[in-house]
Design a binder for this molecule. Structure first.
Ligand code: FES
Length: 177
């Protein structure tokens, strides 16, 4: 969980404490407050900052273990912030048989993502694996925000990220025809 350290830098501790205080006034500090308190955090930050979870554990009757249990049980909660750009790597059947797994590994390496991480430390990219993106003839495929890239190889990935290093440039789609 310490991998959150760099992301925490952008969180204002006073604002965070105020939010928790409001939540405690509204929901109390017993076990049944856990879910709404986490929802409050998630609504404000788009994920559950570790420091917020610590404050809840310190200031309520809810244990860190219970909080972690709820935070990881519900799909609505994220333990990491979202990146500015969302990368969807297709692992549908057509992409799978055309080596989507290797593409994913190469992508994660390129973005320096540790095993459990899906968002880059600079908060530029969040990577997720999805089912069919609807462009099977271009398999293996990924999208960055709305833009689709097909016929991916580790080499093609490097080129794409060299091009996307400059925001708002018009990108070409390798093999898009
Ligand atoms: S299976 Fe990947 S685009 Fe359809």
């Amino acid at each position: 969980m310490d991998t959150h350290g760099q992301h925490m830098a952008s969180i204002d501790p006073v604002k965070l404490q105020n939010l928790i205080t409001q939540g405690l006034q509204r929901y109390g500090g017993q076990a049944d407050a856990c879910l709404p308190l986490l929802q409050l955090l998630q609504e404000e930050y788009g994920y559950l900052p570790l420091e917020g979870l610590r404050l809840i554990a310190e200031q309520t009757q809810i244990s860190g273990r219970q909080i972690y249990g709820v935070a990881t049980f519900y799909a609505q909660f994220r333990l990491m912030p979202e990146g500015k750009h969302r990368i969807k790597v297709c692992h549908g059947t057509a992409c799978h048989v055309r080596h989507a797994q290797q593409v994913t590994l190469a992508l994660r390496k390129l973005l320096n993502l540790a095993d459990e991480e899906n968002t880059t430390q600079d908060l530029e990219y969040t990577v997720e694996e999805v089912a069919c993106l609807g462009c099977c003839s271009m398999a293996p495929v990924m999208s960055i925000d709305q833009k689709v890239y097909g016929n991916l190889t580790p080499m093609a990935l490097s080129k794409i990220f060299n091009q996307t290093a400059t925001p708002n440039t018009t990108k070409t789609t390798p093999g898009d025809h």
